[in-house]
Design a protein around this ligand. Structure first.
Ligand code: HEC
Ligand code: HEC
Ligand code: HEC
Length: 301
């Protein structure tokens, strides 16, 4: 069955090749370190570069986020303990936890329910703004030169199809078994609808630790739940299973009233979808690269 993932891989590679993008990690799903431990911050061009307007070395969307939300305090000599201005600032080790870069610590503080950055009472950045930074870190923090290149210069474009894809769990679904743990990452209902019988699931999807995980790759190994609230106010809590899947089976439940809201909850911390959706086919939008505006996979909080 492993050839299935190769077929999907081929499709992903084909799409990426069009944009002449970074395909290295796709061949090496075991590379799980790039998420939290980006290597070789010097990987880009040498200092200087061609775009004299871009002293920071950051892609435009990252530059904008820090300029707008952080640099009131995080400049050299500012109120905060360290500057967050240049590429080197973001890839430098954090003072509080030198095992992490300032960029990774920034994500943690942006997401922190107890000690958020920017500090209260400043407005919290939106989930979409934080996802921009998560995507960039997930992609290994590629250098950018804001305004100097023609390739859009950003990691934000949903469905851009060019983010490197990983399999953090390093485990792929290779079985013929059918049931709640099957085919993690793939669009459950797209497949179930094509069956002759009535649909077997109303809602189905997979929760992952990072945004761009391959089809067939196992997600988180349980320990979280997905809470759905339908338009009639009905609330269902779906446990996340061993392959990261969650589902509401038609056998056990009446249909939901669309649109539905969704959030993922773990240890009392949650990550919610802002927009109500007309479909329970979660992985149809939360694809490897993200489709229909979704940033990528459904992430654990
Ligand atoms: C109003 C001023 C202010 C703004 C705006 C601000 N910070 Fe901070 N930041 C601080 C101060 C002061 C500290 C040190 C105290 C602390 O850690 O809470 C700090 C600490 C931090 C740390 C901790 C360093 C470490 O290694 O743990 C990170 C990371 C951080 N800020 C990221 C950000 C990011 C990212 C933004 C923008 C999204 C931001 N901050 C916006 C004032 C600010
Ligand atoms: C390649 C097609 C395909 C994909 C993709 C797929 N399924 Fe299935 N699934 C099936 C088939 C076929 C069955 C057996 C249907 C039957 O027994 O009538 C099944 C059965 C199930 C059942 C058992 C239903 C029951 O009442 O016994 C569950 C639960 C289930 N799938 C969940 C999922 C989830 C969750 C996903 C997405 C992460 C998913 N499936 C993806 C084809 C698929
Ligand atoms: C038709 C497309 C679509 C479907 C179907 C869909 N989503 Fe989303 N989802 C999005 C978009 C677009 C966003 C980003 C904007 C937002 O938060 O509303 C998103 C965001 C999210 C987020 C927040 C992401 C973050 O990191 O802040 C979660 C969690 C989520 N979705 C879970 C789900 C679950 C669970 C399902 C299935 C019940 C689902 N989604 C079905 C499009 C979809």
């Amino acid at each position: 069955m492993s050839h299935i993932s190769h077929v999907l891989l081929g499709a992903a590679l084909g799409g990426a090749a069009v944009g002449a993008c970074y395909v290295g990690p796709i061949d090496r799903p075991s590379d799980t370190t790039s998420k939290t431990n980006p290597t070789d911050p010097q990987g880009g061009d040498g200092p200087g570069g061609s775009g004299g307007d871009a002293p920071s070395g950051l892609p435009c969307d990252i530059e904008e986020l820090f300029a707008k939300r952080c640099r009131a305090c995080h400049t050299a000599g500012g109120a905060a303990p360290m500057p967050l201005v240049t590429y080197d600032d973001l890839t430098a080790p954090s003072k509080a936890d030198p095992s992490k870069t300032n960029a990774v610590r920034s994500i943690e503080r942006l997401r922190s329910p107890t000690s958020p950055m920017p500090p209260e009472p400043l407005e919290r950045p939106s989930s979409a703004e934080i996802v921009v930074l998560e995507k960039w870190v997930g992609a290994g923090m590629p250098r950018g030169e804001c305004g100097a290149t023609g390739d859009g210069g950003g990691a934000t474009g949903s469905g851009g199809g060019d983010a490197p894809v990983v399999c953090t769990s390093d485990t792929f679904w290779t079985s013929n078994r059918r049931g709640p743990t099957m085919q993690p990452g793939r669009a459950c209902i797209t497949c179930h609808e094509s069956e002759e019988d009535d649909p077997v699931v109303w809602v189905g999807g997979t929760v992952y630790p990072t945004l761009h995980e391959q089809d067939g790759c196992y997600g988180i190994a349980g320990g979280a739940s997905v809470v759905i609230t339908d338009a009639a106010g009905r609330v269902v809590t779906l446990p996340v299973g061993a392959t990261g899947n969650f589902s509401l089976s038609a056998e056990r439940s009446a249909p939901l009233t669309m649109p539905i809201r969704a959030k993922v909850v773990r240890n009392g911390v949650e990550r919610a979808m802002n927009t109500p959706q007309m479909s329970g086919n979660c992985n149809a939008c939360h694809t490897e690269q993200g489709a229909n505006g979704a940033p990528g996979r459904i992430l654990v909080p």
